[in-house]
Write a protein that binds this ligand. Structure first.
Ligand SMILES: C[S@@+](CC[C@H](N)C(=O)[O-])C[C@H]1O[C@@H](n2cnc3c(N)ncnc32)[C@H](O)[C@@H]1O
Ligand SMILES: [Zn+2]
Length: 362
């Protein structure tokens, strides 16, 4: 028997039950998130539980008392039962698929964790059946190659969206995922409030609150749109709406632009909640560092990859950190971004970023 310790949990994970220690940061962030919501009295469904590590940590560390675990795999459910006993958690465990569970159970759950292999798409519709207004959905996607455009047709097939396969791919990928959730939720007359969006390693994770109402659903859909990006000069532009009048040639350099979407063009985080997360007590230093860095990002959509920009300008590399400082001196908001190494997210338009880069080179 192998015991893995993470947070306050001790988890038996032998005999091939899935457990990825590399996801510990993401689990820490989820625990911190639930702690900051003060969600003790909430009902929680760990819908792809594997060893049960998430639900168990939410119980032990965020104080959630009403937890249901499900997993399609019977061996996983045996592990969950032994792990909840080991960690003294009282919970319901059902060896059922999400689809069977949602057909027989009425819910609704206040919090739903979905952390499947690959894409969450086959499961979101069923989980919406056991949701209510204010349900918090925490959704992981590990099919980032699809969302980032390495498998173009797969993204069209699974997400009904055209991906962007360049330096903007991670932000456009997470926005395609959110766009998909917004469209699915709208079918049930739910709007979505995006509270937190994380892109790290090979996974993306989004935290959204559902808001019941036809008007809320329509309002969410109004946040959908497209991204036009130029490979020649690295300028980009977003267009709201499902059939926007997109200028196909780049207004900056005249090259043909690529289009991606539909995707979510609304906000990616609830800044007040991020601040609350930073004030939570406990041994979550790495998670807090991550949250602090995304709280410092400007709310502007997309960013400039400095190596891509300097290459297109035919000049040598400059430090993105110094570009950030220079743009701030000029009165713009600017920071590095979780979506791409050596990139700058800023309120400055492309000509100002290019000017800052050129001056630094001189
Ligand atoms: C990536 S693992 C979950 C990892 C876990 N949440 C953690 O943090 O370690 C995905 C789990 O989903 C289960 N699963 C796959 N399809 C499912 C379905 N349709 N309904 C419920 N569980 C499913 C698998 O058996 C597997 O245990
Ligand atoms: Zn251009």
């Amino acid at each position: 028997m192998q015991i893995y310790k993470e947070g306050k949990a001790a988890i038996n994970y032998s005999d091939g039950t899935f457990l990825n220690p590399k996801m510990s940061l993401l689990r820490d962030i989820s625990v911190l998130f639930l702690k900051s919501l003060n969600a003790k009295g909430a009902s929680l469904l760990d819908s792809t539980a594997a060893t049960g590590i998430r639900g168990i940590r939410y119980g032990l560390e965020a104080g959630i008392e009403r937890i249901t675990f499900i997993d399609i795999n019977k061996d996983a459910c045996m592990k969950i039962r032994s792990n909840i006993k080991r960690n003294r958690i009282k919970a319901k465990v059902m060896d059922q698929s999400i689809q069977e569970f949602a057909a027989s159970e009425t819910g609704p759950f206040d919090i739903i964790d979905l952390d499947p292999f690959g894409s969450p798409v086959p499961h979101v519709h069923d989980l919406l059946k056991i949701s209510n207004s204010e349900t918090m959905m925490m959704v992981t996607a590990t099919d980032t190659a699809v969302l980032c455009g390495a498998h173009y047709s797969a993204c069209i097939k699974i997400y009904a969206a055209r991906p962007m396969h360049n330096e903007l791919c991670k932000e456009s990928g997470i926005r395609i995922l959110l766009g998909f959730i917004a469209r699915e939720a709208a079918q049930f007359n739910f709007g979505i409030d995006v509270r937190l969006s994380i892109s790290d390693l090979h996974y993306m994770r989004v935290f959204v609150t559902l808001k019941r109402g036809a008007a809320q659903a329509v309002d969410s859909i109004k946040h959908l749109g497209f991204l036009a990006s130029c490979r020649a000069c690295h300028g980009f532009e977003t267009y709201g709406g499902m059939v926007p009048e997109v200028v196909k040639r780049c207004p900056n350099c005249g090259a043909a632009r690529e289009l991606a979407g539909p995707m979510w063009l609304g906000g990616l985080h609830d800044r007040e909640l991020l601040t609350k997360m930073l004030h939570e007590k406990g041994p979550y230093d790495d998670a807090k560092r991550y949250i602090e860095s995304i709280r410092n990002e400007p709310e502007d959509m997309f960013f400039y990859s400095i190596p891509a920009l300097t290459r297109s300008m035919g000049i040598g590399s400059v430090s993105p950190k110094i570009v950030v400082e220079r743009l701030r001196e000029k009165g713009f908001e600017a920071s590095l971004t979780q979506f791409e190494k050596e990139a700058v997210k800023t309120s400055a338009p492309l000509p100002d970023v290019a000017r800052a880069v050129r001056i630094l080179k001189k």
